[in-house]
Design a protein around this ligand. Structure first.
Ligand SMILES: [Zn+2]
Length: 594
């Protein structure tokens, strides 16, 4: 089974090929099913109801609509990933790109049908509906969310207008940010010559081993951003203004509220988590001091944050990578190890880097319970860790197999639980077996990621909150954005980091998309570490509950689901426990580099 050829995946379980009669038939059938569902919505009057009353006849209509909706989503969960998988490994596949674009056009109306479905059921008497319908009872959590969302919808015509204008409003500002930053270049001296490089390549030099190179790249970057700060500030003002206007019209009382609902957490849980994070900032600052010692510098600069320290990092063959994953997953359970083996044997993974293939990594559901993983294996431990991470998503998909599409709308807060858990399994084993230099390298890798997720993401939250506050009154200038960013960085990283990066608001595309996009990652990391701490304390008890927890992750809000596991995420203590794992890593790192 194990081979040293880095594998490509097998997509044929979905369709024999893009040109096959099977694909052509399903493509046409899906488009037909969208038209049918639309006609049925018209016929049954699926839209906000004036009277909430529910009788047996209405309940049976609701059963039919929920059933049809789920059936359509199941079909889309195969055909969309099939096309995305082809395109992400072969950007020049024009046939797949054309098919995807056709499919997107044919299904675009599902957005407004979804809004109507939410309005229709959300404006009904849910208690009566659940009394009449078993299907409704099985979708209780989704229905309760629909009720809240329906109470925050504008009129159907206004919602329609908002979603029609979205690509030209909110979406256009995001696109402008993407285009302006993609075209931005700067000059930097490399190997004795001045080179003009795209911003992404300049930013990638932040992990260069030579400090002088990192510093020159940073200085080139800081000189380049002001040249595009005016259009980017206009874009950021546009996005935040648009969001705020729609938010107010939908009757949300704060800018944060829709993000909390979208992530299935309440304000108290967020405050408890953030409070514990703030308490841990001095510990992260100790890590930064230790890293400065390891790099032999007086004080850490922004361009040192992801600089490599410790050994070169061991090189891995693909077969060693597979073997390590299977062995470490087996330390958790036979089921998890068997899952990994199956993914290797059935060729679920496309790991070979090649021309035309996207960078990065992802895991996509590929028919009920199955997954496909795209990654670019380069023989580094980071890639071993990436595979463990993505297989964690795959394991989560497996646990979700019995759920309907409406039962498995997993919030971002819980979506990373299984992936980070698996990553931690593999990481702990690697650290255990490493020599001193390798250990420093591995710990620093983990800690610089944790610093990003806990400290930097808090700075993004502070920045975004303060921008919204001021944007309520007027537009902000680019100097104000820089000042707010600098303040947020000083409030989180402390005074020992110099220079800082006042233009991060221009760098990060996140600010130009969904609001408060980042804090769910902090939740995800700390929640998974909290679970891991519980696993170490009592593996038997943990194993008995974990799969069930994953399978129910779309059936409740995060605090309630965690409660079933015996965690009170509304109290800082739970979060302190997770942060203690990071504190242990910091202490070990400090000892190793002293
Ligand atoms: Zn992930």
């Amino acid at each position: 089974m194990s081979t040293d050829t880095t594998p490509r995946w097998d997509l044929t379980p979905a369709f024999p090929s893009l040109e096959s009669p099977e694909f052509t038939a399903e493509f046409a059938a899906v488009i037909e099913a969208v038209a049918q569902i639309k006609a049925r919505f018209e016929h049954l009057g699926v839209r906000r109801r004036e009277q909430p009353a529910v009788d047996a006849a209405f309940a049976s209509q609701a059963d039919e609509v929920i059933g049809n909706w789920n059936d359509l989503m199941i079909r889309l969960e195969i055909i969309f990933p099939y096309l995305h998988c082809i395109i992400s490994t072969d950007a020049r596949n024009e046939a797949a790109t054309a098919r995807l674009s056709e499919l997107e056009t044919a299904t675009i109306e599902l957005d407004s049908l979804d809004t109507r479905l939410v309005a229709w059921l959300g404006s009904s008497d849910l208690e009566a509906l659940m009394e009449h319908s078993e299907i409704a009872r099985a979708h209780e959590f989704w229905l309760h969310r629909a009720q809240v969302l329906a109470s925050h919808q504008m009129t159907e015509a206004e919602e329609n207008l908002a979603s029609t204008l979205r690509p030209m409003g909110h979406g256009a500002w995001g696109k402008l940010h993407g285009n302006v930053t993609a075209l931005l270049t700067a000059d930097v001296e490399l190997d004795g010559q001045t080179q003009t490089l795209p911003m992404s390549a300049i930013r990638a030099l932040a992990s260069h081993p030579d400090r002088a190179v990192r510093q020159r790249a940073f200085e080139a970057e800081i000189k380049a951003w002001p040249t595009v700060a005016v259009p980017l500030a206009a874009a950021l003002n546009g996005v935040k203004g648009f969001s705020r206007e729609v938010r107010v019209r939908r009757g949300w009382t704060s800018d944060l509220e829709p993000a909390l609902l979208g992530n299935s957490i309440d304000a108290g849980t967020l405050a408890a988590m953030q409070g514990a994070c703030v308490e841990a900032f001095p510990d992260f600052q100790r890590y930064m001091k230790a890293k400065a010692r390891a790099l032999n510098v007086e004080q850490l600069a922004w361009y040192d944050l992801i600089a490599p320290v410790g050994g070169e990092g061991e090189k891995w063959s693909w077969s060693a990578c597979e073997e390590s994953i299977e062995t470490n997953f087996a330390r958790y359970s036979d089921k998890m190890a068997a899952f990994a083996r199956r993914s290797f044997e059935e060729n679920w993974i496309d790991a070979e880097p090649r021309v035309g293939k996207q960078g990065g990594a992802y895991c996509s559901e590929f028919g009920a319970g199955d997954s496909r993983i795209m990654m670019n294996f380069d023989g580094s431990f980071t890639q071993v860790s990436t595979l463990a991470h993505e297989l964690g998503h795959g394991y989560h998909n497996l646990c979700l197999k019995p759920r309907t599409p409406l039962q498995k709308q997993i919030p971002m807060t819980l979506a990373e639980t299984a992936s980070i858990f698996c990553e931690t399994l593999v990481f702990e084993a690697a650290v255990e077996h490493a020599g001193k230099e390798e250990k420093i390298f591995l710990l620093d890798n983990a800690l610089s990621r944790n610093l990003q997720v806990v400290v930097d993401i808090h700075s993004r939250f502070l920045f975004e909150s303060r921008v919204f506050e001021k944007r309520a009154e007027r537009e902000l200038g680019e100097t104000e954005f820089c000042d707010l960013m600098s303040q947020a960085q000083r409030d989180t990283y402390g005074d020992d980091l110099s220079p800082i990066h006042p233009y991060m608001w221009a760098v990060k595309g996140h600010y130009y998309g969904a609001n408060f996009y980042n804090f769910p990652y902090t939740f995800g990391l700390l929640f998974a570490l909290g679970l891991y701490a519980r696993y170490r304390e009592n593996p038997e008890e943990f194993r008995a509950k974990y799969d069930d927890f994953l399978s129910r992750s779309g059936l409740g809000d995060a605090a309630t689901l965690a409660n079933d596991f015996g965690f009170d995420t509304t109290k800082p203590d739970f979060w302190r426990g997770s942060l203690n794992i990071i504190r242990e890593q910091i202490a070990e790192f400090e000892a190793l580099v002293s």
